[in-house]
Design a protein around this ligand. Structure first.
Ligand code: HEM
Length: 407
């Protein structure tokens, strides 16, 4: 086991932004042991798990819990009704409450609902790529993050929930500080979530009176043994879709394109054999996944992690990004290999909190990569690999920008 304190003891993975520095730090930690006592950039004490087998075992271990809305981000600092209104979600719940919430949400977030979104995802992708191509006319580079990867998933979430067109600009303005409170600060977060909550309450009232063919109307109607979602659970679900479904998908697109551009042989192989697109997407999720660590879990009692005793009441972060390059599970895992068997990767988490949006994220990625490859045979980087930086974060793993030439 190793102890490290970001800031005091040299570089840490959360603020390591240069090239593969974050991966290098995780690999060094993983070589030292399966779990590490850390001080997070916010000053909190936590245990960071970097070993694949231990990560998987812990994510399936009922002694690790989320702890309820009171433990959501900034719950203690926000007014109680706001904290309840955004944090009463399945991602903060355990046991029977989690089972009930997840069952109700899955009854609304169906394959049919995802399939129904496909034409919209295609249209949004085409529109964004057409605008990006116009911006990149001549030799001008285009930032693929701001031109495509960022706006697409947000448009999809608006469409999925059923946010009316006229409200989308305001909705978008609240999501940025909501998704990255670490960057925009608590005040911006408080303001944004308060507005988002008021908006969500109004929209729910409208849909109660006048249901539409959208996820929100289905969630309002969802019943499990007669019981429906409460108002706090409904508003928290909108909040969860924004934080769980947005930046994650941004990073799948951004990190995936970056990985391909850095490996022209893999890019050529994917162009030659289009049937490799699905395995390639899974490999992007494994090789340089969108999520660095899970959200915090807590231990109900002392837990043995590969010979290290993690005490009761400890905060545990599972470093999915480290586990996905564990050499015992994925030999040669630092290299992108789109023919690799990646079925066991942990990019979408594992256990009872396994990502509910995985089918949607996969559909989005499939459409985006297909369109990029088909429309832009000359796609290439506009800056050297060393010039790309990652955004500092404790949870997400994404690029600040990805300048490319489309033609
Ligand atoms: C590539 C994109 C995505 C990745 C890598 C990803 C990753 C994850 C991970 C790792 C977790 C578990 C977190 C934990 O254990 O603390 C999770 C949970 C979740 N994700 Fe995703 N996600 C993605 C896209 C989406 C999308 C598009 C949606 C919905 C629109 C979504 C909705 C959710 C929800 C609702 C949960 C909570 C499930 C539960 O608590 O039972 N995700 N996701």
């Amino acid at each position: 086991m190793s102890d490290f304190t970001p800031g005091d003891a040299g570089p840490d993975p959360f603020t390591a932004v240069l090239r593969d520095e974050r991966h290098r730090i995780y690999a060094e930690l993983a070589a030292e042991g399966p779990v590490h006592r850390i001080t997070t950039p916010t000053g909190a004490q936590a245990w960071l798990v970097t070993d694949y087998a231990q990560a998987k075992a812990l994510l399936a271990d009922p002694r690790l819990v989320k702890g309820g809305w009171e433990l959501g981000a900034y719950a203690a600092e926000l007014p109680e009704d706001v904290a309840r209104g955004i944090h009463t979600s399945m991602l903060n719940s355990d046991g029977p409450t989690h089972t009930r919430l997840r069952k109700l949400v899955l009854s609304a977030f169906t394959r049919r609902r995802v399939e129904k979104l496909t034409p919209t995802i295609r249209r949004l992708t085409d529109d964004l790529l057409t605008a990006a191509a116009a911006e990149g006319e001549g030799a001008k580079p285009v930032d693929l993050i701001s031109a495509l990867a960022y706006p697409l998933p947000l448009g999809v979430i608006c469409e999925l929930i059923g946010i009316p067109d006229e409200d989308r600009t305001a909705f978008r303005a609240w999501t940025t500080p909501t998704v990255s409170p670490g960057i925009h600060g608590f005040e911006a977060f408080r303001e944004a979530v308060t507005s988002l909550l008021a908006f969500s309450r109004e929209l729910i009232a409208k849909r109660r009176n006048d249901p539409q063919d959208d996820l929100l109307s289905d969630l309002i109607a969802a019943r499990d043994e007669g019981a429906s979602l409460t108002e706090d659970e409904l508003t928290s679900m909108i909040f969860l879709l924004v934080i769980a479904g947005h930046e994650t998908t941004v990073n799948l697109i951004g990190n995936g394109v970056r990985a391909l551009l850095a490996r022209p042989d893999q890019l050529a192989l994917l162009r030659e054999r289009p049937e490799l697109l699905d395995p390639a997407i899974e490999e992007f999720l494994r090789h340089d996944g969108p999520v660095q660590t899970t959200l915090p879990y807590r231990t109900l009692e002392a837990v043995d992690v590969g010979g290290v005793k993690v005490p009761a009441g400890a905060v545990v972060l599972v470093a999915l990004m480290a586990a996905n390059r564990d050499p015992e599970q994925f030999p040669g895992g630092a290299a992108l290999d789109i023919t690799r068997d990646t079925r066991s990767h942990l990019g979408f988490g594992y256990g009872i909190h396994y990502c509910v949006g995985a089918p949607l994220a996969r559909v989005e990625a499939r459409i985006v990569f297909r369109a990029l490859l088909d429309r832009f045979p000359g796609l290439r980087p506009a800056v050297p690999e060393e010039g790309l930086t990652r955004t500092p974060s404790m949870i997400m793993n994404g690029l600040t920008a990805l300048p490319v030439h489309l033609r």
